[in-house]
Design a protein around this ligand. Structure first.
Ligand SMILES: NC(=O)c1ccc[n+]([C@@H]2O[C@H](COP(=O)([O-])OP(=O)(O)OC[C@H]3O[C@@H](n4cnc5c(N)ncnc54)[C@H](OP(=O)(O)O)[C@@H]3O)[C@@H](O)[C@H]2O)c1
Length: 213
């Protein structure tokens, strides 16, 4: 498959690029700052572009089967997250190219908490992440308002950290997945596995899904 990854030098994006290359896909790795191209694997097609530019999205996604977004604005600029997803959706509008968005866990409901979402559950969301969590909510709403692009929005577990690739994960829909001890975790490596599995064998269309151990 031909896969373009926006945010390719980021923590999640770099793992998505590595997972895609390890599966033999042709990966176009997109970074905003050309200086970061040197951080990308030599096997990737390195390009620079801004996910907030409809023109860049349309140009860089031409000929791709799937576009994966793993962008995250700097702290204090969280609102740029929704601008980026709107540009990605617009740039792919009616092209037939799928968009897979790495989103946030904040809008998932906490199991057994009467509909409370992660954003209102201090157990799962430290207050320093509240602005990003709110922006992720807007990001999901922008996807849900979209009719012309075949998108899927992946909410990670509450705790998403660098770790090991095990190849194991569980999938859910709108409720946070927790383990037997009430923890909600997944490694960035296994989140990348879940994303590439979805890219190769689509199961989610114009909907959100979640992945965790
Ligand atoms: N539990 C959770 O819900 C959870 C936890 C962690 C992360 N996440 C989500 O995972 C995603 C990726 O996070 P991360 O930790 O990998 O972030 P990261 O390491 O900061 O990487 C984000 C990358 O996006 C790039 N970027 C930002 N704006 C861009 C734009 N307009 N166009 C192109 N590239 C752009 C950044 O490039 P520059 O260097 O140029 O800024 C950076 O390389 C985010 O959506 C985040 O919300 C969710």
């Amino acid at each position: 498959m031909r896969i373009a990854v926006f945010g390719a030098a980021g923590k999640v994006g770099s793992r998505v690029v590595a997972e895609g290359l390890s599966r033999g896909h042709e990966v176009t790795a997109v970074v905003r700052d050309p200086a970061r191209i040197r951080e990308l694997p030599a096997a990737a097609n390195a390009r620079s572009g801004d996910a907030r530019s409809v023109k860049d999205v349309a140009e860089l996604s031409a000929g791709q089967d799937v576009v994966i977004s793993a962008t995250r604005p700097a702290p204090g600029s969280e609102g740029k997250l929704v601008t980026a997803v709107k540009a990605l959706l617009a740039g792919l509008d009616r092209t037939g190219i799928r968009l897979l968005v790495v989103g946030g866990a904040a809008t998932l409901t906490v199991p057994g908490a009467g509909g409370t979402t992660v954003i209102d559950a201090p157990t799962f969301l430290p207050s320093i992440y509240r602005d990003l969590a709110l922006a992720c909510g807007d990001q999901l709403e922008a996807c849900r308002a979209e009719a012309g692009t075949d998108w899927a929005y992946l909410s990670p577990a509450a705790l998403l950290e660098a770790g090991k690739r095990t190849g194991n994960y569980r999938l859910g829909t709108d409720e946070l997945l927790v383990d037997g001890e009430g923890n909600s975790t997944i490694s960035m490596e296994d989140l990348a596995v879940a994303l590439l599995d979805e890219a190769e064998q689509p199961k989610h269309h114009r909907t959100r899904f979640t992945a965790a151990y």
